[in-house]
Design a protein around this ligand. Structure first.
Ligand code: KG4
Ligand code: ZN
Length: 338
């Protein structure tokens, strides 16, 4: 079995996965939403201290598996350095005390493998990664060959929901709350413009849309419940329309067979329905993760680690350090990620 640890942001999570069958035998996550909510976003130092309390508590519950562990996997990038180091320290301690190798996992690659928990991987696949930190369009050829087709120029998709939520006085993280408000709203009441409409650039941008919403809120004399719902619906419609437009642009003359959507914001059902329409138009299959595996979790890190384990991709204890951002290697044909 492999024990995996995730602490890249504000979720402390540990999983245990069987190597032979890919079965997830243990999975627990303690989220810190409530603690950060009062600040309207994640406070790194506070997150680190909460990981230091939560991770040992969860680990205690996995003791019965210790004898069967063949490796320990941990997220080492990208994320908040002070929180990554909490998981990394625990992984190093387990590696030394149980005498098992350590596997460093890229968090974004982990999100990709959320599609294959307890399943066989299916590549090549084109993937939209929408989380609090990233908005990327990826072409995944295989475990080791992932290319970046489009990236955000500023804010990420999930982050824009959080920031709009903050402006509306909603708690952090606001993504799913905005989705719920949007269900009761009129998506046509506020005419926000779709970002990068006239640009030929294949990229995403959310800071302009966020600013449009800010100005709209400032203009409201009465920010009543219905107005909040209408702003949420109008914002969500345009935020998703921007993703779909850029995706259509990317695949205008290219066929797509398998398209996946991953990351915390992939739980958004409106986004899923729009992607479903795109996939139908392309005769492609849309792949989504189970709701519980969309946001940060150690099960996806463990699933990704199974592939690394099979390839003998271990790291030395000295080598593993937290890295705030992922490296992107520019090669001749691709912008290779990881
Ligand atoms: O993947 P994740 O758990 O953490 C990062 O790696 O960043 O993603 C969290 C992000 C937050 O910004 C949250 O507001 C957003 O995902 N999110 C959503 C929804 N559920 C979570 N955004 C839009 N609609 C949702 N239903
Ligand atoms: Zn994430």
């Amino acid at each position: 079995m492999i024990l995996s640890i995730e602490s890249s942001c504000d979720d402390s999570s540990i999983a245990v996965t069987k190597i032979a069958t890919k079965e997830l035998v243990f999975h627990k996550k303690i989220s810190q939403d409530l603690e950060h909510s009062v600040y309207g976003g994640v406070v790194p130092e506070l997150a680190a201290r909460l990981h230091a309390l939560a991770l040992p508590k969860i680990l205690e519950e996995t003791k019965d598996y210790f004898g069967e562990l063949k490796a320990v996997a941990v997220t080492n990038e990208p994320g908040l350095s002070v929180t990554l180091v909490e998981g990394i320290s625990m992984a190093k301690a387990l590696s030394i005390s149980l005498n098992i190798p350590i596997i460093a996992i890229n968090h974004l690659k982990g999100h990709i493998y959320s599609l294959f928990i307890e399943k066989q991987e299916c590549f090549p696949m084109d993937i939209l990664l929408v989380s609090g930190g990233h908005t990327q369009l990826l072409h995944v050829e295989s475990f080791d060959k992932i290319s970046l087709l489009a990236n955000t120029m500023d804010d990420s998709f999930g982050e824009s929901f959080d920031k709009v939520g903050k402006m509306l006085g909603l708690p952090y993280p606001a993504g799913s709350i905005i989705e719920q408000y949007a269900k009761k709203g009129d998506e046509k009441r506020f005419e926000f413009t779709i970002p990068l409409q006239r640009s030929k650039t294949l990229a995403f941008s959310y800071s302009g849309l966020k600013n449009q919403v800010r100005l709209c809120i400032a203009e409201q004399e009465n920010l009543d419940e219905q107005t909040i719902c209408d702003i949420c619906a109008s914002f969500q419609r345009v935020a998703v329309a921007h993703l779909i437009r850029q995706i259509k642009k990317a695949y205008k003359d290219i066929s797509v067979k398998d398209f996946g959507v991953v990351g915390g914001a992939s739980a958004n059902l409106y986004l899923r329905s729009q992607l479903e329409e795109f996939c139908t138009s392309k005769k492609a299959t849309l792949h989504v993760a189970k709701m519980e595996f969309c946001s940060d979790n150690a099960a996806m890190i463990g699933r990704c680690a199974l592939e690394a384990y099979g390839r003998g991709q271990f790291s030395s204890i000295e080598e593993i350090q937290p890295r705030g951002s992922s490296k992107i290697v520019l090669s001749k044909n691709y912008n290779l990620l990881f």
